[in-house]
Design a protein around this ligand. Structure first.
Ligand SMILES: Nc1nc2c(ncn2[C@@H]2O[C@H](COP(=O)(O)OP(=O)(O)OP(=O)(O)O)[C@@H](O)[C@H]2O)c(=O)[nH]1
Length: 199
């Protein structure tokens, strides 16, 4: 997840920070599972964002469905298997401590990674200092996906972020191979002409 410096105030009191979930687009197909010939797919997810934006909260929500409140500040790597369309997807999630600029990251990673900007702490509307429009515009200008969620309030929104990320990876791979299909083409067009992804 990245947070973008331009949307943070100087005192770091932003309660509605935009973040980006970034995933390497390359999905590694490991060897066939013992049970049959279904391939296990791995997605590598890097969470970037400034301090306190809720990177760990989002990770823990996705992994355990729970919001536990306090998370400490250790950099950690987690593995979590989720079923998407009947297929086991292994998310390797790196909950990092490093903030990074979205546009810089986009320039460096665009060809190899899918990026989603996530505005967390949606429940704190009264303390909000960044509007939905600002987040959406940022996502549009950086050609990234965009979600607004509350790790504190719902599991579903967080789940949607990770699933969407996987969809983006899958589509990027299909486009590369020329097998995107109708859904992939529509989504690619909406990426170009604007998209709106909120919880
Ligand atoms: N109200 C509310 N609080 C949240 C939400 N997500 C996280 N928090 C709180 O925000 C604080 C920071 O959350 P963390 O998940 O530790 O944030 P982080 O980005 O991992 O922080 P660092 O490890 O310092 O970089 C904690 O007190 C969380 O309980 C949310 O959606 N709503």
């Amino acid at each position: 997840m990245f947070s973008t410096c331009s949307l943070w105030d100087s005192t770091n009191r932003l309660y509605y920070p935009p973040m980006v979930v970034q995933v390497k687009s390359r999905i590694r197909h490991s060897s066939k599972t013992m049970e049959g010939n279904q391939q296990k797919v791995e997605a590598n997810v890097l969470l970037l964002g400034a301090e306190n934006v809720g990177k760990s909260a989002l990770t823990v929500r996705f992994l355990t469905r729970r919001f536990i409140g306090e998370y400490g500040d250790i950099e950690s790597i987690y593995s979590h298997t989720d079923k998407i369309d009947g297929r086991d997807i292994c998310f390797n999630i790196w909950d990092s401590l490093c903030p990074q600029c979205i546009r810089q990251a986009k320039q460096k990673l665009a060809s190899t990674a899918q990026i989603i900007i996530v505005g967390n702490k949606r429940d704190l509307q009264h303390r909000r200092t960044v509007s939905s429009e600002e987040g959406r515009l940022l996502a549009l200008s950086a050609d990234c996906g965009f979600f607004e969620v509350s790790a504190a309030e719902t599991y579903h929104g967080v789940l949607m972020v990770f699933h969407e990320l996987f969809e983006l990876i899958r589509e990027a791979r299909a486009l590369k191979k020329g097998t995107a299909g109708f859904k992939g083409i529509v989504r690619s067009m909406s990426a170009v002409f604007g998209r709106k992804r909120t919880e």
